[in-house]
Ligand binder design. Structure first.
Ligand SMILES: Nc1ncnc2c1ncn2[C@@H]1O[C@H](COP(=O)(O)OP(=O)(O)OP(=O)(O)O)[C@@H](O)[C@H]1O
Ligand SMILES: [Mg+2]
Length: 360
């Protein structure tokens, strides 16, 4: 669920606009649901694989990604360059087709959609914001015209001007409605891009490094817009980011490594409370990612798990073998070489307990 926050930018959501979103959301909620899907699931992917084939090479961009995202969640995807983040977002956005596995969005099986249905899906279910806003915007049109454009293409543009103005209000950019895009800052252009992505009332908003080309302060403002939309419209949001500061403010962070979901951090409730004032830079600088999130690893269907490198380093794993055992209902993994030490420790633990018992 979206956390509470104030609204220092005076973003406004008109009742009319909210109603129109709610109506659009209600339309496809029901219908036959397969497998592990329930009404609450927005995204379900199981063992998702994407192979890019070029003339003489094959790149395995996604290698069995597992992820479930519920309606109304706000998720940040992080991971190093080349880990498959954009590939995954492109699959979700219907810009490219996955090679194998399962992928459902909003109850639709993206493997089964025909090309025509895919066009429909792209127009009505998802909105996309790119890092490079040249891809989102027409520089020679005004902000208002840019937002109106997709409306005119899709539904004949009924009340387009009014709706576009409402959307500009929603992202706090109504005062720049007549400015041409090339007269705006990067952050302002990005907010217009968000308004455009919302033009067709998507249920899922995807953003690939939306703050990649702006400074930290502007990045915070853009994030605030996303949080406002998530809170007020209940729109599901998935953003890709390299910015760990940004990831800290999102309630769920999913790490992708080598085309697989490797770990997750879910924001602890008490930290959520502390981070309530989302412009609070002081809090930011002291809260490291470890302090603000619980870490979960993803266990795939075959029982495989990826352990973050920093954890392995911490326990001194240097080879590709580790020792595993079950102790007191917990799975314990330790470095091969620490085996003897672990034994010793276990013995001394036992001795201590014996000692304690004797005392009693
Ligand atoms: N169209 C394509 N054809 C061939 N290989 C591709 C294509 N798109 C991506 N790849 C490869 O797939 C892998 C994953 O790429 P992707 O763009 O998803 O990474 P990313 O996590 O978004 O990286 P970055 O943080 O640099 O944007 C990379 O090895 C990349 O070279
Ligand atoms: Mg990318």
């Amino acid at each position: 669920m979206a956390e509470e926050f104030e609204n220092p930018m005076q973003l406004q959501l008109s009742n009319e606009l909210k109603d129109s979103f709610m109506k659009a959301y209600a339309q496809t909620k029901t219908g036959e649901l397969e497998d592990d899907l329930d009404e609450n699931t927005m995204i379900l992917c199981e063992n998702l694989v994407k192979i890019y084939r070029t003339k003489d090479t094959e790149v395995l961009a996604l290698q069995g990604l597992e992820l479930k995202i519920n309606r109304g969640e706000f998720v940040a995807l992080i991971g190093s360059s080349g880990s498959g983040k954009s590939t995954f977002l492109n699959m979700l956005g219907g810009l490219d087709r996955p090679s194998a596995g399962k992928l459902y969005v909003d109850g639709k099986d993206l493997f089964k959609l025909t090309d025509r249905q895919m066009v429909d899906y792209k127009q009505s279910t998802v909105g996309f914001v790119w890092q490079n806003n040249a891809r989102n915007l027409f520089p020679y049109l005004t902000a208002l015209q840019n937002v109106e454009l997709p409306m005119r293409f899709l539904d004949g543009g009924k009340d387009a001007e009014k709706r576009a103005l409402d959307l500009l209000n929603l992202v706090g950019m109504a005062h720049k409605k007549d400015s041409k895009l090339n007269q705006m800052s990067g952050g302002e252009q990005q907010r217009i891009a968000i308004a455009i992505a919302l033009a067709n009332r998507p249920k899922l908003l995807l953003a690939d490094e939306p703050t990649g080309s702006v400074d930290q302060k502007t990045a915070d403002v853009i994030l605030d817009v996303f949080r406002y939309l998530n809170k007020e419209l209940g729109i599901t949001i998935v953003i890709v980011t390299h910015d760990i500061n940004l990831a800290k403010k999102v309630s769920r962070v999913v790490m992708i490594r080598d085309g697989k979901t490797s770990s997750e951090r879910i924001m602890k409730a008490e930290k959520k409370q502390e981070l309530k004032g989302f412009m609070d830079e002081v809090e930011d600088s002291v809260a490291s990612a470890e302090d603000t999130h619980d870490e979960y690893a993803i266990l795939d269907r075959a029982g495989r798990i990826q352990i973050p490198r920093d954890m392995l380093d911490e326990i001194g794993v240097k080879s590709n073998r580790v020792r595993m055992s079950v102790e007191d209902g917990k799975i314990v993994i330790c470095a091969e070489e620490s085996q003897e030490e672990a034994k010793k420790e276990k013995h001394s633990d036992k001795d201590e307990t014996k000692h304690d018992k004797k005392k009693k």
